[in-house]
Ligand binder design. Structure first.
Ligand code: HMG
Length: 440
């Protein structure tokens, strides 16, 4: 059976950098370690005045198409995943296709274009749509372009403000892919939740603490559902486990939850029993409160064990490197986590072909999805071509006053007139409403 999956990846970061310890914390009169240690974030990427979800997505896609020698005729589908859309009718993919047609010979007139929305999980859902389209053999030999692009902004003063970010991830989904083949099995945890939502508003209304509980609850359900159709997951089955990363501190919690779930009924659980006592089981307790107390103590002990720390350092921590420096990219976030993992493997000389990833996507509202991916032989060349480190180094480091001005520029409710802080060249720029042009 032909494998289908991720054939190529490109990343485009917002060109401004907000340093959380040096710039944000002093202005907010907070201890910098709340951000660097507590949330696990060093800085966030921010869009300059001439950037938005269209330009970032188009710039990532342009780089991907140029690098892979693609023409519009090679692409039969453009799916954009975003929760920052500014148009309730025309999908962002049409704006991006319009940009790309300024650069490439030919057009996307025979490509199916759409926009996917389900908070941050929509990027993964778009990959699913492309996968299904290819597996159904409706693609006429063509590939799909999936672009996850967001400006993840919060109202100023909201606790989520420290986790902001902006950027795009473009992915080519093809037959016989170079980077990763997707499993046919998936697990879901999905429920109607209202902890994070934007009903006809640009910035989210968030119950931050509850949003973390909902994330973990849906992720646990998705893991259980995945195991019911795939196989029992064992922590050593996977080279890396990229999770949706609103901020690395959230993934510290997801990692612990995942590990506890995966070691149940394994030899690891037996080995750890001597150190921390047996893993509590819900059915053994008279009340939910008693069970919760026992679980909390067990988890506190579990995260201090050498076995857990080694596993976390190998399978989870390497997925967080880019996120630490860019913040939340919403739909792009889990795809940044995968790219971080593969970058880590390339930099440490790991052999990854044939190894598995377990990918945990999540979107508020709320839905978690778990699937496995098998790494393909072309992964090293593809990841080696990413220039994300250079892009991050080139970002303009904003002062707090500049940050506030730029935040206002991206606030749809405000009229502002501020110049770009960086000088765009060789990229698409936003030149006013409906005007996205290539700046040579
Ligand atoms: P907060 O309430 O200001 O922060 O905002 P806090 O007081 O809870 O502190 C955060 C952590 O820092 C805590 O660690 C503190 O102990 C620690 P924890 O106990 O959780 O491990 N801390 C310190 N550590 C060292 N030194 C210090 C210090 N001070 C505190 N001095 C909150 C946190 C998450 C609520 C906020 O950032 C927020 O509202 N964020 C937005 C919502 C969010 O990201 N939720 C995550 C799950 S939902 C999700 O992922 C979906 C999403 O991506 C959207 C979508 O799907 O579309 C958001």
């Amino acid at each position: 059976m032909t494998e289908v999956g991720i054939d190529a990846i490109e990343i485009w970061t917002g060109k401004l950098k907000l340093d959380l310890a040096e710039t944000f914390a002093p202005a907010k009169d907070e201890d910098p370690e709340k951000y660097t240690k507590g949330l696990g974030l060093e800085s966030s990427s921010f869009p300059d005045v001439h950037e938005d979800i269209v330009t970032m997505g188009a710039n990532a896609a342009k780089r991907l198409m140029e690098r892979r020698g693609l023409e519009p005729a090679d692409v039969g589908r453009i799916d954009v995943a975003t929760e920052s859309s500014f148009d309730n009718s025309k999908p962002v993919s049409t704006y991006i296709a319009g940009c790309l047609e300024q650069t490439f010979d030919g057009d996307f007139h025979h490509a199916n274009k759409g926009e996917r929305k389900f908070a941050c999980v929509a990027g993964t859902q778009s990959i699913d749509d492309a996968y299904n389209w290819i597996k159904a053999d409706r693609h006429r030999g063509r590939s799909a372009l999936v672009i996850a692009t967001d400006t993840a902004l919060y109202a100023r003063g909201d606790p989520g403000e420290a986790t902001q970010g902006a950027g795009a991830v473009a992915m080519l989904i093809s037959e016989d892919p170079d980077v990763a083949a997707l499993s046919t099995e998936q697990g879901y945890g999905s429920a109607d939740e209202t902890d994070f939502l934007k009903p006809n508003q640009q910035f989210p209304s968030v119950d931050g603490k509850r949003s973390m509980q909902v994330y973990l609850a849906r992720m646990r359900e998705a893991l259980t559902d995945f195991e019911s159709v795939a196989w029992d997951t064992h922590p050593d089955d996977f080279a890396y486990i990229p999770f949706h990363t609103p901020f690395p501190g959230m993934v510290r919690k997801a990692g612990l939850l995942g590990y506890r779930h995966m070691i149940r009924d394994t030899e690891i659980e037996d080995e750890l029993a001597d150190q921390i006592g047996r893993q509590p089981r819900e059915e053994e307790f008279d009340s939910w409160e008693a069970y919760e107390g026992a679980i909390r103590e067990y988890m506190d002990d579990l995260k201090e064990t050498e076995a857990y720390r080694d596993w976390y350092g190998r399978a989870i921590d390497p997925t967080l490197t880019i996120a630490r420096n860019v913040g939340n990219w919403y739909t792009g976030s889990v795809h940044i986590a995968r790219a971080s993992a593969l970058k880590n493997a390339a930099e440490t000389g790991k052999k990854l072909s044939g190894e598995k990833l377990l990918v945990g996507s999540y979107g508020s509202g709320a839905q978690a999805e778990i699937h496995a991916e098998t790494i393909r032989d072309g992964w090293r060349d593809e990841i080696g071509a990413l220039n994300v480190d250079e892009q991050l180094d080139r970002r303009y480091d904003v002062s707090f006053e500049e940050y506030e001005e730029i935040h206002d520029v991206h606030n749809h409710d405000k009229e502002t007139d501020v110049d770009s802080l960086t000088r765009p060249a060789g990229e698409f720029v936003f030149d006013g409403w409906g005007e996205m042009n290539e700046r040579k």
